[in-house]
Design a protein around this ligand. Structure first.
Ligand SMILES: Cc1cc2nc3c(=O)[nH]c(=O)nc-3n(C[C@H](O)[C@H](O)[C@H](O)COP(=O)(O)OP(=O)(O)OC[C@H]3O[C@@H](n4cnc5c(N)ncnc54)[C@H](O)[C@@H]3O)c2cc1C
Length: 357
């Protein structure tokens, strides 16, 4: 049975760890998806997507409540992974190495093909296997395919498959996503008293109370490797209203900052320094600035978004029946809701169904 997984975010990574013979295809240069980490010189690193994850979630199946313990799952499926509780939210966790490390460690048994952009999947009525075509023309045949990309990307993969009509009702109106802009500043060679002040802060993440920036995280405190490390790394995530308004003037296709943020970054960083009460850094230009835009950051109309995860939901049974009938599986935050733990639980349930099938 040849199984192909499209996407190596947390969904593709959890699925890969449970289906070690499956081949994982990823369009990017690295695994992780919305759990991506940027690495600079020496030990400098910061997460530009998810920064933490929850350890436990409850769900209902056959009328009974069950618990998914993600830390236990990681202990068995990725035993090398070192996890630490977050300083501000003790019930949230991150890898001591980086968030992307979760996907890297979960996928150690799979064949992972990076820089493989899946362009289309097709199956004519007389064919048993799915034909997967990549940008550049490479073709592979699979008995089962699992799509883990956001819905707009799934629709573009399926549009010439002849199968879109089966899925249309289920997926089309789940195709609305929020976007999220991200800005990171790195300040190096800071005096020891400033580093000390940052280290002694009780919190590592803060919420903004306005409509532009939403949240910032002192990433250098998550990943500080040694006493001698004298840099500060701050990552700001922007609200969905602000992000959709500024999506096209934030960074280019290579994620290089564009004019808008080149001119306004200091304003946002200064507000962070006000909140942190570090006036010494106000107007100090970062030594390095990084921008990122997530066009599909969070699914807006997930099946299990507002209600608990209830596997007895009739829409969920309908969805599973469709996946089984066509040997085409799709999963992600548009089903389970937008959180690492929700997508991970979803992937374990889909893997179980695929193994049973
Ligand atoms: C800025 C931001 C902050 C967040 N913060 C948190 C947080 O702190 N805690 C939390 O729990 N959740 C957080 N989330 C949500 C969480 O990151 C996502 O819900 C989760 O990572 C989604 O994982 P996924 O594997 O389903 O999808 P993705 O991570 O999007 O994975 C899909 C993968 O498919 C690949 N792909 C797409 N199309 C193709 C194609 N045609 N061919 C090949 N590959 C393809 C993509 O490159 C990607 O790697 C955040 C999200 C964002 C954007």
């Amino acid at each position: 049975m040849k199984v192909g997984i499209i996407g190596s975010g947390i969904t593709g990574a959890v699925l890969g760890s449970l289906l070690p013979n499956a081949i994982v295809y990823e369009r990017a240069t690295h695994v992780g998806g919305r759990m991506t980490t940027r690495f600079l010189k020496d030990f400098e690193r910061f997460d530009i997507g998810a920064t933490v994850f929850k350890d436990k979630i409850h769900y209902i199946e056959k009328g009974k409540e069950s618990e998914f313990d993600f830390l236990k799952f990681l202990e068995t499926q990725a035993p090398d992974l070192k996890i630490r509780s977050h300083k501000t939210y003790p019930n949230s966790f991150h890898s001591t190495y980086c968030m992307q490390g979760l996907a890297e460690k979960l996928l150690t048994k799979n064949k992972v093909e990076l820089l493989h952009f899946a362009e289309s999947i097709t199956k004519s009525p007389d064919q048993k296997q799915w034909t997967l075509t990549f940008a550049g023309g490479k073709i592979e045949l699979f008995d089962k395919i699992i799509l883990t990309a956001p819905i707009p990307q799934i629709i573009s993969l399926l549009k010439n498959s002849g199968h879109m009509t089966h899925w249309d009702d289920l997926i089309r109106f789940r195709g609305e996503y929020r976007s999220c802009l991200v800005l990171t500043g790195v300040w190096r060679n800071l005096p020891p008293e400033i580093i000390q002040k940052i280290k002694s802060l009780k919190n590592q993440t803060f919420l903004f109370k306005d409509e532009e920036a939403e949240y910032f995280s002192i990433e250098s405190e998550k990943y500080r490797q040694s006493e001698a490390d004298d840099s500060l790394i701050i990552t700001i995530q922007f609200s969905s209203a602000f992000s959709s308004k500024n999506l096209e003037r934030w960074c280019d296709a290579d994620q290089k900052p564009m004019y808008y943020i080149i001119n306004s970054n200091q304003y946002f960083f200064n507000r962070v320094f006000h909140i942190l009460d570090i006036p010494e850094l106000i107007s100090k230009k970062p030594d390095h600035m990084d921008t990122h835009k997530w066009r599909y950051s969070q699914a807006d109309f997930a099946l299990f978004k507002d209600n608990d995860i209830n596997l007895d939901h009739p829409k969920f049974s309908e969805y599973l029946a469709l996946c089984k009938k066509h040997n085409l599986w799709m999963t992600g935050d548009w089903i389970w809701g937008s959180r690492i733990i929700r997508c991970a639980l979803g992937a374990t349930i889909i893997a179980r169904e695929i193994i049973k099938d």
